[in-house]
Design a protein around this ligand. Sequence first.
Ligand code: ADP
Ligand code: MG
Length: 340
Amino acid sequence: ESQLNPNYSFENFLEGDSNRLARSAGLAVANKPGGTSFNPLLIFGGVGLGKTHLAHAIGVDIKDKYPEKTVLYISAEKFTQQYIDSVKKNNRNDFIHFYQIIDVLIIDDVQFLSGKSGTQDVFFHIFNHLHQNGKQVILTSDKAPVDMQDIEQRLLSRFKWGLSAELQNPDFETRVSILKNKLYRDGVEMPDDIIEFVAKNIKTNVRELEGAIISLIAQSSFNKKEITIDLARQIVEKFVKNTKREVSIDYIQKVVSDYFQMDIDTLQSKTRKRHIVQARQLAMFFAKKFTKASLASIGSQIGKRDHATVLHACKTVDNLSSTDKQFRKYVEDISKKLSV
Ligand code: ADP
Ligand code: MG
């Protein structure tokens, strides 16, 4: 049993700038498992960006092209559990042997191995054996190897032997094509403007993107309502609210500078021009409000100012928004943009 899900195919894994490298490395590996320098192939990226899907797609494709090869997909969590059981039952060697005769081993979410030195140790030996014998290893992780914590150095260095390919947030066009493909496969029709509305508003997680479309379809058929932009808006709002997102200081600077139609360099510059100073102060105020960064860190990221300047900016924004109507509107507008 390979544990592969045939729906997670390459065909269904829509290509975009955000995944092109990882996807094509995956295809290369699937064409010549163990025969490329991408060994191991490590796919990393945030939640819901397609790591599991892509890992399966490689396995599914290999099974298609090389039916005689043994391919195994397993989560790092399950692998760990199996290892612990084998130790309890005194058959650790059987466990190792089982893994050493696999042709293509896919381990999902290897960050789960952090701090688990016994499992890391056994995986190290299995990895070396497979690699020496020209077998293919495919790993996924929520972080790049350099950012992984509590993983032994010798294992990390193995992770870096092959290729680490990142899955990034898909851009708008890719999000639209992912949705269209899903709707097509499910045999559901939906107006383009609604698909685009959803794709525009859910940006950082493909699973949520699909989830929003699924609830939209469910809601409309359950309540026998037409799928309208209003219904889409309600659903998207729920999705966006439920995902606690930490806005970054970079993002705040971008939103504020876009709002005032200046670029970020201008916002950060040393000029004393009033409207620029105000934009900078607003960026500092929102950084204080929406992030956990210290005043000093906010200052250093927004034009290399000190913490006293940031404190002063926050007070100024508070004062101005209670005395100046125009300024209060700025605060409200930007606040809305940041909390969408
Ligand atoms: P991860 O393992 O990174 O958390 P998944 O592989 O579980 O993410 O992907 C979440 C969902 O998004 C799955 O339903 C998957 O099919 C879908 N998905 C992600 N990327 C793509 C893509 N490029 N094309 C089509 N579907 C995608
Ligand atoms: Mg996954």
